[in-house]
Design a binder for this molecule. Structure first.
Ligand code: ZN
Ligand code: FE
Ligand code: FE
Ligand code: ZN
Length: 277
């Protein structure tokens, strides 16, 4: 998709992805992108080192090397701009540890994610069965409550896969419209950007994160959006972007956001082609 940026790319460093930084950059060039950004999973800073799952995130010893390899790719490729980002878990009460880890490096953007509810990694296939212990309506309230709390910490620029709680297809019994409206309003007040994440298309739920009604609520409240594939293999870079841009436009979105050194710029979408201008 012409002119677009994919801000959500992982690498083999996270322990559940494949491909090197260079392979993702080349895939971005191949896909005709203007810009790519890496957002590898931050080390599991809230756990003691011996309790961190090497299949979930990079090890702390790899942290500096990650930054160095992204910055080196930026120097090497003139045909595409390469952004340095990170996907950082929000763990209530651990904000200071997170800020310490982030402080030394020149981030273009920091994604905030909720992958854990009270220690339960709900989006991990190994722990999916624990959904059975929840009332789905209560679970949605709890999950989105954490998202909004995360947004208000001021640590994150973009909220990643906003409704990933639906990943396995668990849907609330009640209409979520009132919840979506509340969430959109709070995110707008927090001043964060929200990611349109195309990994949802590839998961059991088979739907963009965020869902159409949530996307509409965000646009209605004036929340800005970015695009990300959440690629865990080079072949997934920019996957689903055409459909996602069409969904954004159908929801009334007229621009997407680009980041440089945590400053944002709105880039208009071409009404006809959906290209970022
Ligand atoms: Zn991942
Ligand atoms: Fe994630
Ligand atoms: Fe991710
Ligand atoms: Zn992700």
């Amino acid at each position: 998709m012409k002119g677009h940026a994919d801000y959500h790319m992982h690498t083999c460093l996270c322990g559940h992805g494949s491909g090197t930084v260079e392979e993702y950059v080349l895939a971005g060039i191949e896909a005709g992108l203007d810009e790519v950004g890496f957002s590898e999973h931050i080390p599991m800073y809230w756990l003691p080192p011996d309790e961190r799952d090497p299949g979930v995130a990079m090890r702390e010893e790899e942290w500096e090397g990650y930054v160095t390899s992204v910055l080196a790719a930026r120097e090497r490729y003139a045909e595409i701009s390469v952004r340095l980002g990170v996907e950082a878990d929000y763990i209530p009460g651990r904000e200071a540890d997170l800020e310490r880890l982030l402080a030394p490096y020149p981030w273009d953007y920091v994604y905030g994610s909720v992958h854990f509810i009270g220690g339960w990694g709900f989006d991990n296939p190994d722990y999916k069965h624990q959904y059975d212990e929840w009332d789905v309506d209560d679970l949605y309230e709890r999950y989105f409550g954490l998202m909004c709390e995360a947004a208000h910490t001021g640590i994150f620029d973009v909220m990643a896969h906003l409704d990933v709680i639906k990943k396995w297809g668990h849907r609330p019994a009640r209409s979520p419209l009132e919840l979506y409206d509340r969430v959109a309003k709070q995110l707008q007040q927090a001043g964060v950007v929200v990611e349109a994440n195309t990994a949802g298309y590839r998961k059991p739920v088979g739907e963009l994160y965020p869902a159409p009604a949530l996307l509409q609520a965000l646009v209605r409240h004036g929340v800005s959006l970015t695009l990300g594939s959440d690629a865990h293999a080079p072949g997934e870079v920019a996957s689903g972007f055409r459909e996602a841009v069409a969904e954004l436009q159908a929801a009334g979105c007229r621009s997407v956001v680009r980041f440089g050194m945590r400053k944002r710029v709105e880039v208009p979408l071409d009404v006809k082609s959906g290209a970022a201008l």
